[in-house]
Design a protein around this ligand. Structure first.
Ligand SMILES: Cc1cc2nc3c(=O)[nH]c(=O)nc-3n(C[C@H](O)[C@H](O)[C@H](O)COP(=O)(O)O)c2cc1C
Length: 317
């Protein structure tokens, strides 16, 4: 049976997984104001899901909660252990996800220490074993990675992944070493498409890195011939991103969206997630008008979501 990947428009636009950013609350808001063609959860540890005690597991499962409005939705896990990968992917299938993604790009030292994330670029044999393990779930499997570890290794790294026939490969157009310190190298996405085409593979190639809006995403897709574009940071303060409108959101729209975001955070994550994660969004929502800075300072001092709502009510209305 054809998976959702085969039914997407061309080019399609995806929301990137971002830890403590694209959580259940923000995704619900994005689904309401400007739904992308496909959404990804923030990453979750498959080792944790397999080994944590009840309390720890509950917290991790929170990261895998989603609403029907977010479909098609892909769960992203990380591990370097094929057994845990298989179990994690099966769990995601049971939870009803539309797809399953393996993180092979995260440069975080804590993640890399156990051979996960970008460290897998240095271990293609294990990377391939992990894809095979995930596929046992029956979900279409994708991989999110970078162009190489210390240097551009697409010519060798990409064919290793393609050999396992994943449904899609998302390429953050930088090396691990480059972190996010240099502009994304979109010429490498065009090369990735050429490598895919020359191997007659059906795997979709999704480009990622530094794309600010849908107009730019369309241009990048036309330029590189990639199947889809994934956008991450551009979503901050802009749940309308995927609508592709040309005028920026007004002050009223941003305030209204922030209030809704706070309500959703409280409702969906209030009991398990540190309120500090919500503060990451204040700057993006509250900027660009007289008095924005003063409101932001007040919001940063709040201790919980309801207090932040009261501050907004007292200052703005
Ligand atoms: C705060 C933050 C959290 C992130 N968390 C994840 C993650 O959980 N999984 C992942 O594959 N990539 C993660 N990334 C990387 C993004 O998905 C994306 O590849 C990167 O930000 C480049 O795209 P952009 O320029 O459109 O933001 C994260 C990035 C940021 C800024």
């Amino acid at each position: 049976m054809q998976s959702f990947w085969g039914k997407l428009p061309k080019p399609f636009f995806a929301l990137a997984p971002m830890e403590d950013v694209t959580d259940a609350a923000f995704r619900r808001l994005i689904a309401k104001y400007g739904k992308p063609d496909v959404m990804f959860t923030e990453f979750t540890s498959a080792d944790g899901l397999a080994r944590a005690d009840e309390e720890g597991k509950k917290k991790l499962l929170k990261k895998l909660e989603y609403s029907e409005s977010e479909r098609p939705i892909v769960a992203q896990l990380f591990t370097s252990n094929p057994e845990y990968m298989e179990a994690g992917a099966k769990l995601c299938a049971e939870l009803g996800f539309d797809g399953f993604d393996i993180n092979m790009g995260c440069p975080d030292r804590a993640v890399e220490k156990s051979g996960c994330g970008a460290a897998l670029i240095k271990n293609p044999a294990l990377a391939r074993e992990l894809i095979r393990a995930a596929k046992k779930s029956g979900l279409p499997v994708s991989v999110k990675t970078r162009i190489g570890y210390n240097s551009d290794e697409l010519d060798t790294w990409l064919p290793e992944l393609l050999a396992e026939e994943p449904a899609a490969i998302i390429i953050h157009a930088r090396t691990r070493k480059e972190m996010s310190d240099v502009p994304a190298r979109w010429d490498t996405i065009a090369r990735a498409v050429a490598i895919r085409d020359s191997s007659k593979s059906k795997t979709l190639i999704i480009g990622n890195g530094d794309v600010k809006d849908i107009a730019e995403a369309r241009a990048k897709a036309a330029e590189t011939k990639c199947d889809g574009v994934m956008l991450g940071c551009a979503i901050f303060g802009n749940p309308w991103l995927f609508v592709g409108r040309t005028e920026p959101p007004s002050r009223e729209e941003k305030i209204q969206a922030l209030i809704e975001h706070l309500v959703l955070f409280d409702e969906l994550l209030g009991d398990t997630t540190n309120y500090a994660t919500m503060k990451k969004h204040f700057k993006a929502y509250v900027s660009g008008w007289d008095g924005a800075k003063e409101l932001r300072v007040k919001l940063m001092e709040t201790q919980f979501a309801k207090e932040a709502q009261q501050v907004i009510q007292s200052v703005v209305f």
